[in-house]
Design a protein around this ligand. Structure first.
Ligand SMILES: Nc1nc2c(ncn2[C@@H]2O[C@H](COP(=O)(O)OP(=O)(O)OP(=O)(O)O)[C@@H](O)[C@H]2O)c(=O)[nH]1
Ligand SMILES: [Mg+2]
Length: 437
């Protein structure tokens, strides 16, 4: 089966930790700090790869973790920053990234979407030297990489789609017009998954999609029709294949109406796509009947179709006309078809992220009698950067909290020495007069 859905977990690499180190030289007894910085963690990038046909390769593997950044070392040696982990996807994949609230539409070979950004590396101790702190015995930790579940949905990229009731002769037409070899048989639902074929018209090549037969209720999911209809959403022309003389004795007029109702019911603009009506299996009826039927359909549909053609996959009659009708209806310029919430893929996800609370903002709330909570993205990052068991790091943190105005805000909220203060999940026994304990 064509795998057209998958859910994967992506995790970018954590940044490497900065190093705590001091220069050691034969003639310098107490050298200055020389701890190098940690490297940045690897990103996870999705890449459009035309050698893939569907999302089947994700069945056995759903987790993708990029390498972490190397730790810094002494003598100002920085940790390595590994390259991105590339996850290949077939063309036509829609990528739903709920973490960044972005949808990507990967269509062309090599298009990339950055879905999880690696954590930045921690700075080595030499960055924390101040006039009063000549020998910092702490460094920053690397930050965790971004992670999250990503939804993938393949919507085939085809120029024209063959639609119609089961057994109408769609696959037979695809087999005649292209080199595809879909199964053809004299019973309904022969085709169980969409099949693509390339219509080679000299200088132009168009992709045709044969989708499984539609039945009443398809747009509500009957016979998997809903999924199949999604695969013609991105076409620029529908070829409605209608059996001139169905063996089951059904009425072509109501058969036509059934299929059109399903297309309209799918609600993705399918009813607005240009159409060619293809009256199939002409070899089974006398020529004059076929001609009369075509005239009646032209009369009935008027402007609603570009053309009404009579074809036979058995004898090949009408196939040249069908080919030119398809070529004429599909614009030469591969102008983007109606975009489905697609975004500019070249822009990495990161730039779209709206991060409330950037710029050293935080909030203070009372959580109990003598308890407070301080929240804010920057504060959380600051705490993640440091080892709270290291007294030097704690002293540095306290300076930063003071600098950011956190202590002042706490006091304004009624804080008194000895009260519990929770910052980013850690409870501190804070004494503004003294360093953090
Ligand atoms: N005589 C004749 N039979 C045809 C023609 N086109 C298709 N058939 C027959 O009609 C039957 C159905 O053809 P398919 O091409 O499998 O039909 P389909 O629309 O793909 O059917 P599903 O995949 O079930 O939706 C087969 O037995 C074909 O051999 C035609 O032009 N002439
Ligand atoms: Mg078929």
């Amino acid at each position: 089966m064509l795998q057209d859905r998958a859910k994967i977990f992506v995790q970018a690499g954590a940044g490497g930790d900065g190093a705590v180190s001091f220069r050691r030289e034969a003639h310098v007894p107490r050298g200055g700090p020389d701890g190098g910085d940690g490297g940045r963690g690897g990103d996870v990038v999705l890449v459009c790869d035309p050698s893939l046909r569907d999302l089947g390769h994700f069945r056995g593997r759903a987790h993708f973790r990029a390498a972490r950044g190397g730790h810094g070392e002494g003598s100002n040696r920085h940790g390595a920053s590994p390259g991105p982990l590339e996850v290949p996807l077939p063309p036509g994949t829609l990528v739903e990234d709920p973490v960044h609230e972005v949808t990507y539409d990967l269509r062309a070979a090599g298009q990339r979407a950055l879905v999880a950004r690696g954590g930045s590396g921690g700075r080595g101790n030499r960055h924390f030297t101040t006039p009063t702190r000549q020998a910092p015995r702490f460094a920053e930790r690397g930050l965790a990489g971004e992670e999250g579940w990503i939804e993938l949905r393949l919507k085939l990229l085809a120029d024209a789609g063959l639609v119609g009731l089961p057994n109408a002769g769609k696959s037979s037409l695809l087999a005649r017009l292209t080199r595809a070899q879909p199964r053809v048989a004299d019973y309904p639902f022969t085709t169980l998954e969409p099949v693509l074929g390339v219509l080679d018209a000299g200088e132009r090549q168009l992709v045709l999609a044969d989708i499984p037969g539609l039945i009443e209720g398809a747009h509500e999911g009957a016979g998997l029709g809903h999924d199949f209809l999604a695969h013609v959403e991105r076409t620029r022309l529908l070829v409605h294949v209608l059996d001139l003389a169905p063996v089951d004795g059904s009425d072509p007029v109501s058969n036509h109406a059934t299929v059109e109702a399903e297309l309209a019911g799918h609600r993705a603009g399918l009813e607005r796509l240009p159409r060619v009506l293809c009256l199939s299996k002409a070899d089974l009826v006398p020529d004059e009947d076929a001609r009369a039927a075509a005239a009646a359909w032209r009369e009935r549909l008027g402007e609603a179709v570009l053309e009404v053609l009579v074809t036979s996959a058995a004898t090949g009659s009408g196939l040249d006309e069908l080919t030119s009708a398809i070529l004429g209806a599909v614009p030469v310029d591969p102008a983007p078809a109606a975009e489905l919430g697609a975004h500019d893929v070249d822009t990495p996800a990161w730039h779209r992220v709206y991060r409330p609370g950037r710029g050293e903002s935080f909030a203070v709330e009372a959580t109990g009698e003598r308890a407070f909570r301080v929240t804010g993205a920057d504060l959380e990052q600051l705490l993640a950067r440091h080892d709270l068991a290291n007294p030097d790091a704690l002293r540095y943190l306290e300076e930063r909290l003071r600098g950011m105005g956190v202590i002042r805000a706490l006091e304004a909220a009624g804080f008194e020495p000895g009260d519990d203060v929770e910052i980013a999940g850690t409870v501190f026994d804070l004494d503004p007069g003294a360093p953090l304990r």
